[in-house]
Design a protein around this ligand. Structure first.
Ligand code: GRF
Length: 202
């Protein structure tokens, strides 16, 4: 199967997926890593690992619809079975999401449905949360609201800052995201009434 990964920056989740795919011998390959930002750090990692890279710079498009159309065209050129958003910081249109229905994943750094949107760690700290975490979900047109595939929980510790909390969560992101992608690649996920069940225990 072909996996296409979309990034906007550092790409540490993309790296974790690339490494797990190779180390665990998934029945899949990373067909391409696509960024909407020319300076995304993750592009260099992908290129060094022999993975095709592409840039679709949102700044080159006056309208969201035109960007989405070009992005979809580039993604489709790699014949993806699974499309993975890994720190991809653009909101995608409903038409785009529908085109990849059921095979488009995102990771969000909060325990959804708490804290959709930006600045999740800061908001968790301000709310006095005692736990925080991350969620892998199927992407639906409503931002950060799709069916939940996997979550990881970490404690919020006294004295935590956005930096310390986000670092603690990121370690767990790198565990749950590759696992969830593998489940999808191996056809181990069933979705019914917006709820996801993993079919074979791993
Ligand atoms: C991660 O925390 C992810 O949950 C969020 O953006 C960050 C991306 O980090 N959506 P990286 O680019 O994968 O290192």
């Amino acid at each position: 199967k072909n996996i296409v990964i979309l990034i906007s920056g550092r790409g540490s989740n993309m790296e974790a997926i690339v490494k797990a795919c190779a180390a665990e011998g998934w029945p899949a390959r990373i067909a391409a890593v696509i960024s909407n930002r020319p300076g995304a750090g993750g592009l260099a990692f992908a290129a060094e690992h022999g993975i095709a890279t592409a840039l679709v710079d949102h700044k080159a498009f006056a309208e969201r619809a035109a960007f989405d159309t070009e992005l979809a065209r580039v993604i489709q050129s790699y014949a993806p079975d699974v499309v993975v958003l890994a720190g991809f910081m653009r909101i995608l249109s409903a038409d785009f999401v529908r085109a990849f229905d059921g095979r488009l994943l995102n990771i969000h750094p909060s325990l959804l449905p708490a804290f959709p949107g930006l600045h999740t760690h800061q908001r968790a700290l301000e709310a006095g949360c005692k736990v925080a975490g991350a969620t892998v979900h199927l992407v639906t047109p409503e931002l950060d609201h799709g069916p939940i595939i996997a979550q990881a929980v970490v404690p919020v510790l006294p004295g935590d800052s956005e930096a310390t909390l986000s670092a603690r969560v990121l370690v767990r992101e790198h565990e749950i995201y590759p696992r969830a992608v593998r489940w999808l690649v191996q056809d181990e996920l069933a979705v019914e009434n917006g709820l996801v069940t993993q079919l074979q225990g791993r």
